[in-house]
Design a protein around this ligand. Structure first.
Ligand code: 0O2
Length: 227
């Protein structure tokens, strides 16, 4: 069972200090409800992270290499949550957050090879306490801008003193090359929905193709090395 840790408290303070006036007013009005919910998401995020680290450790024992290069976790901030609810025309309420949004808790897993992405996803989804809510394979079916990643929305239980709660977590799995492209593209455009000059768009597409080629060639080397 998770207790509320110092880290949770720091998270909450950070969330509360980072909000604009309207979000702050709402979050304060909902007070404990919002704080509790965000703490539950934070616990679920850590559950998923631990599961992935266990799989990484086991794989390393069996194959003498690590499929996971790094893991990043993030909780969506209160203003981002409010902006998303508003954009989708949804009620601003605690139950809306829980029922309608899938990406409050996010775990990004950066893998060594493309094959590792699928092995990890399959192993995680085979666990009997994980429920798959959505599976979007942008590696086999990249977005029009060539964004590639495997996205899973899962439900994971967290065990509280008097109840068990199933919380949703968004997991993005991608290779180092996919992550490099996505992180830089995100900085250039994605977040602001900014329209980029045609030449920049073309250059981004070329970079995405290079990153795909890099993954394919590295995968060839992995097969040659039989790892
Ligand atoms: P952040 O800050 O990274 O979380 P949704 O709006 O989430 O309900 P959608 O758009 O179908 O539904 O979700 P999808 O396609 O699974 O993508 C959600 C997340 O994937 C984004 O989260 C990004 O992290 C990432 N992503 C999707 N498309 C792109 C892209 O073209 N470029 C980059 N760099 N990242 C992408 P957020 O909330 O936008 O941002």
């Amino acid at each position: 069972m998770f207790a509320v840790t110092k880290e949770d408290k720091m998270y909450r303070e950070m969330l509360m200090s980072n909000v604009d006036e309207k979000a702050l007013e709402w979050a304060q009005r909902r007070g404990m409800d919002v704080q509790h919910l965000m703490t539950y998401y934070s616990c679920a995020m850590r559950e998923v992270e631990t599961k992935l680290r266990v799989l990484d450790a086991e794989f390393s024992l069996m194959h003498d290499r690590n499929p996971i290069n790094s893991i990043k976790t993030r909780l969506k901030s209160i203003p981002s949550i409010m902006e998303k609810l508003q954009r989708k025309g949804l009620n601003i309420s605690v139950s809306s957050i829980e029922q309608e949004l899938n990406d409050i808790a996010g775990v990004r897993v950066i893998c060594s090879f493309t094959q590792d992405v699928y092995k990890l996803a399959d192993a995680l989804l085979a666990q009997d306490d994980i429920t798959l809510v959505a599976y979007k394979d942008y590696i086999k079916n990249p977005k029009p801008n060539e964004y590639r990643s495997l996205h899973l929305i899962v439900e994971v239980p967290i065990f509280l003193e008097k109840e068990k709660r199933k919380m949703k977590v968004e997991i993005q799995l991608r290779t180092i090359a996919m992550d490099c492209w996505a992180s830089l593209e995100h900085q250039l455009r994605y977040k602001k929905g900014k329209h980029l000059p045609e030449m920049t768009e073309q250059e981004l597409l070329t970079c995405a193709k290079l990153s795909m080629e890099l993954d394919e060639r590295m995968d060839g080397l992995r097969k040659e090395a039989s790892i």
